[in-house]
Design a protein around this ligand. Structure first.
Ligand code: KIV
Length: 270
């Protein structure tokens, strides 16, 4: 059984690829500040995401759409000061990567703030952008399924890929982003069977949130882990309730993912 220990060495893209090859799950937490980032390092969390979810979890907006580059940079810098070992991903805000050129300019700023990778939401239309960034040494995490920046196009925060056409589209998007050189793939709110199929076919590691237990990693938002969300999503779990304190909650989350205990059926879409 796995018991969390502090990260010894900095985690790299290669570390995560090796973990996928070895069938070892890795832990990701979306968090936004230096103390939580330091705690994640101590709890053995391999990857941290400075998510644009901070628009809702920290800044009080209704969606991620109002989040700006300046806000992302401020929080990436804070997380990078608090954590020297986890791989740090920085989300690119809404409409900051609409063209490959715009993506290169803005990804440069996120990387210079201390991120080791940028995350962008969308399918095959981003293949050219992924190639542009990765060819120039900027690792990219892609994001498919429920992509919150497209909430108004999707008609709400709903599970994606439930019918065959949609599932086929997501599969095809994943293949094209993999081919273009994406380094990681977040799969949000998709049926477990689809997430498994993608995980089994792409070379990049997959990180699931509401995507069942067969992805290479799991990610949860720190506010959900700590029970701070008024109406928590079905796929999340309040680990603080059981653990009693914040370091314990992070360790319990890490332990349950590594030991295959989380997510349970009640957190999964079929
Ligand atoms: O912004 C974020 O925190 C995210 C995760 C929920 C994957 O994109």
């Amino acid at each position: 059984m796995y018991a969390p220990v502090e990260l010894e060495k900095p985690v790299t893209v290669q570390t995560l690829r090796k973990m996928k090859a070895d069938g070892e799950k890795f832990i990701t937490v979306a968090l936004y500040d230096a103390p939580m980032a330091a705690m994640a390092q101590k709890s053995g969390v391999e990857a941290v995401l400075v998510g644009d979810s901070l628009g809702m979890t920290v800044l009080g907006y209704d969606s991620t759409i109002p989040v700006t580059m300046e806000q992302m940079i401020y929080h990436v810098e804070a997380v990078a000061r608090g954590n020297k070992k986890s791989l740090i991903m920085g989300d690119m805000p809404f409409m900051t990567y609409a063209t490959p050129e715009q993506a290169l300019t803005n990804a440069t700023r996120i990387m210079q703030a201390g991120a080791h990778m940028v995350k962008i939401e969308g399918g095959a239309w981003l293949a050219e952008t992924v190639k542009m960034l990765t060819d120039r040494g900027i690792p990219v995490c892609a994001h498919l399924g429920l992509t919150p920046q497209s909430v108004h196009k999707l008609g709400g925060y709903r599970v994606q890929g439930r019918d065959e056409d949609q599932a086929g589209q997501i599969l095809d998007d994943a293949a094209q982003l993999d081919e273009a050189g994406a380094d990681l793939l977040v799969l949000e709110c998709v049926p477990a069977a689809l997430a498994k199929r993608i995980t089994d076919t792409v070379s990049m590691p997959t990180i699931g949130i509401g995507a069942g237990r067969d992805t290479d990693a799991q990610v949860l938002v720190i506010n959900d882990i700590l029970g701070l969300t008024e109406q928590p999503p079905k796929f999340s779990k309040n680990f603080l309730q059981e653990a009693g304190n914040i370091p314990g909650a992070l360790r319990k989350y890490a332990e349950d993912v590594k030991n295959g205990v989380f997510p349970e059926d009640s957190h999964t879409f079929y």
